[in-house]
Design a protein around this ligand. Sequence first.
Ligand SMILES: [Zn+2]
Length: 130
Amino acid sequence: MQDEPIDPFAGDPGDPSADLDANEDGEPLTEAERQDVLEDLADLEIYQALLTPIGVRGLVIECEDCHEPHYFDWDLLRANLRHLLTSGRPRVHEPAYDPDPDHYVTWEYARGYADGVHDALADATDDGER
Ligand SMILES: [Zn+2]
C-alpha cells in the first residue's frame, strides 16, 4: 500500500488538473476514473440481467455533443466502456440503428429498477427470518 500524494490544488477552483480536455491526448485514466468505469460495467451486467426479461434492449443517453438522446444496446454499451478503459478515450458515438425508443431506458431508471428489486429481495429475506 502506498499513500496517495496530496493534491496541492485540492479544493482550488483553479485546479489545472480539472481540465476536462485532459483525456483528448489519450492519457491513461486515473485510478478513480478506471474505478468509475469498472463500476459502470458491473452495474451494466446487473441492469441487463434484470431488464432484458421485461423487453429492455439497452440504455438511452442524452448526448453531450449534439444534445439528443442516443440509444445504445447492451453489447454496444459494454464495448464502449471497455474501449474507454483501454484507450482512455470515449468512443465516437455510434448509436443503435433505427432504434425503437420504447425498448430503451435511462441509467437512472435502470438504477431505480435494480434498487427496487434489491429492496424487494431484502424484504423477502427479512420476512423469511422472522
Ligand atoms: Zn451525439
